[in-house]
Design a protein around this ligand. Structure first.
Ligand code: SF4
Length: 274
């Protein structure tokens, strides 16, 4: 099996979501050359064919366009997870870059500004990704790359568990919509447990939205089925509520580091089956 690896190239983000699990131990970004080395490492492993860029907010890495272009030229299938708020800024996201990306994943937890602000899904001026901005972003991406797949990620927490987002599925051109039950995460002074929805509320949310999208994917637990490289180029193990470092792709071959990771192959296979 060939794998998709998630490169969390930066921890920097203009939002401060209260459930965010992108809390790493070092806020300094690696350089372009270091990311090239990691991408070469993945290529040389022969077992990785896709890269997903994540963060933080990935466009905030100062070399984001160059990192994406390098990975594209190495022949990887590329996707991107973004909060969407900066993607209409051509200095951060040159529109031509949409042509290099197969799937654009946008985090959308609510269309109610008050809920987004309560979640921390806003910048320091409390600006949120409105339904209009989301619509504009999807239109821009599709105008540059008509083949790009638009995927939404919605994390279900106590703050949005009752919300009805079906208008998104009815009005926007969404290829895939993932509903993720918030993962408990405790790291240093960070603890998202007050936001944890119970299983019944998660199931109700998913049931409410199943009819409006052809490909709704509920995900209850990502543990050990997500290949996560942090902003320092380290493979992380997420088995507990915190992270453990398995090894660094700057100093060791990916295959050797990956062999030490107790990866849940069958959950991974079922996640990517479709
Ligand atoms: S937008 Fe994503 S990276 Fe930024 S704070 Fe929210 S969850 Fe974390």
């Amino acid at each position: 099996m060939a794998y998709k690896v998630n490169l969390h190239i930066t921890q920097k983000c203009n939002y401060a979501c209260k459930y965010c699990f992108a809390h790493f131990d070092n806020n300094n970004d690696l350089s372009l050359d270091q990311w090239k080395h990691i991408i070469d490492n993945l290529k040389n492993s022969g077992i990785v064919d896709a890269i997903n860029f994540a963060g933080g907010e990935p466009v905030l890495h100062k070399d984001f366009p160059a990192i994406v272009s390098y990975a594209y030229n190495q022949g990887f299938r590329l996707s991107l997870i973004t909060n969407g708020s900066l993607m209409l800024n051509p200095n951060l996201m040159p529109p031509e870059l949409f042509k290099r990306v197969d799937t654009l994943g946008i985090s959308v937890d609510s269309i109610n500004p008050q809920t987004l602000i309560a979640l921390g899904a806003c910048n320091k001026s409390q600006e949120v990704l409105t339904f209009d901005k989301l619509t504009q972003l999807i239109a821009l991406a599709l105008s540059v790359n008509p083949n790009i797949r638009i995927k939404l990620n919605t994390v279900i927490t106590k703050l949005n568990e009752k919300e009805d987002l079906t208008i998104i599925g009815k009005q926007l051109n969404i290829a895939r919509w993932k509903f993720l039950r918030m993962k408990l995460f405790i790291h240093n002074n960070f603890n998202n447990s007050p936001l944890l929805s119970n299983q019944g509320e998660f199931d109700n949310f998913v049931a409410r939205h199943t009819k409006v999208s052809r490909d709704v994917v509920p995900e209850n637990d990502l543990t050990r089925s997500y290949i996560m490289i942090d902003n320092q180029g380290q493979l992380l193990d997420d088995e507990t509520e915190n992270y453990n470092v398995v090894g660094s792709l700057l100093t060791e071959d990916f295959t050797k580091v990956f062999a030490r990771y107790s990866f849940d192959e069958s959950t991974y296979a079922s996640r990517y089956a479709s």
